[in-house]
Design a binder for this molecule. Structure first.
Ligand SMILES: Cc1cc2nc3c(=O)[nH]c(=O)nc-3n(C[C@H](O)[C@H](O)[C@H](O)COP(=O)(O)O)c2cc1C
Length: 183
């Protein structure tokens, strides 16, 4: 249906005990929900209990569930944290576990780290090229030093709000445009 709202997944890129990504993801979702322009949902990689790619027979239910979830989505916002100047192993593994379900969709990035997670985000952009995910330009970068208390409690500076909305504007526009290619 032409007027159906797009489905946008806010993907949490970290899975470790004590991670801060749920706080960042909920903040993005709260901003996004106020817009009312799409159906936004948090997609937590940890919920799918994906094995490490290639180490099993590939029949774990989480693998199919992961692909089904991605197939429902028209676009993504990746919550990206910097681990050793790149994305987490968990996010790379999850990216590798699907192919067609990523293709011809759009994505924005919200990243964090000591330098705003910029190095991890740029690595993700390279990976998205191969997966045919169109990554938008506007990219909110959060600092572990100034947007978190004690590196654990998320207290984002007000200045990020406009950037998150601008990133969502671009993600929604491209997600809608690319949906026409998948019909
Ligand atoms: C294994 C590991 C490597 C890290 N490497 C970097 C790094 O290279 N650059 C950086 O800015 N922060 C680095 N950090 C700090 C993380 O960005 C920070 O702990 C962040 O909160 C991790 O996200 P999470 O809490 O969602 O797991 C690293 C953290 C871990 C656990």
């Amino acid at each position: 249906m032409a007027n159906e709202k797009l489905n946008i997944g806010i993907i949490l890129g970290s899975t470790r005990e004590g991670r801060v990504s749920p706080q960042v993801g909920e903040w993005v979702k709260e901003i996004a929900d106020k817009r009312g322009d799409a159906n936004y949902e948090i997609v937590d990689i940890a919920d799918f209990q994906l094995p490490f790619l290639g180490t099993t027979d590939g029949k774990e239910p989480g693998i199919a569930a992961w692909n089904e979830k991605l197939a429902e989505l028209d676009g993504f916002v990746f919550i990206v944290q910097e681990y050793n100047h790149s994305i987490t192993g968990a996010l790379k593994n999850a990216l590798d576990f699907a192919r067609e379900a990523w293709n011809n969709k759009a994505a924005g990035i919200v990243s964090y780290g000591s330098t705003g997670g910029a190095r991890a985000a740029e690595h993700l952009r390279g990976i998205m090229g191969e997966l045919m995910i169109a990554d938008v330009r506007v990219h909110p970068t959060l600092s572990l030093f100034t947007d978190f208390e004690n590196y654990t409690t998320f207290k984002p500076a007000d200045l990020h709000l406009d950037n998150v909305n601008a990133m969502l504007d671009q993600t929604i526009a491209w997600s809608g445009a690319l949906k026409t290619l998948r019909k």
